[in-house]
Design a protein around this ligand. Sequence first.
Ligand code: ZN
Ligand code: ZN
Length: 124
Amino acid sequence: MREKITGRCLCGATTFSVSSAPRFGIRCFCTDCQHVSGGASAPQVGFERSHLDISGPLLIHERKSASGSDLAFGYCRDCGSPLTKSTTRAADLIFVYAGALDDASVVPELKPVFEDSRPVWDKG
Ligand SMILES: [Zn+2]
Ligand SMILES: [Zn+2]
């Protein structure tokens, strides 16, 4: 059996583990991801949702996406780090922000998406 993939928030109060390998990875330039991350894009890794175990004070923020699906963002309630994102568009998946993972080498190649909304200050 393979080792579990683990990660945590900045303060360490919220931790998670996943029992299966990532399905895929994206670097999302949509405006929601810019607001969540404070950066130009949010690197995130999609896992089988039922294989993710979270412990600690996770705060869920729900929101409609521009395309009408329901999004749920998970943050550490204590330090505010963004950790997870899920969408009704892909209900069997959970996205974990790549920077929250303990081992960077588990992150697959990240495919850029929504590059049309990439901010001008991130170019060049
Ligand atoms: Zn925290
Ligand atoms: Zn996005």
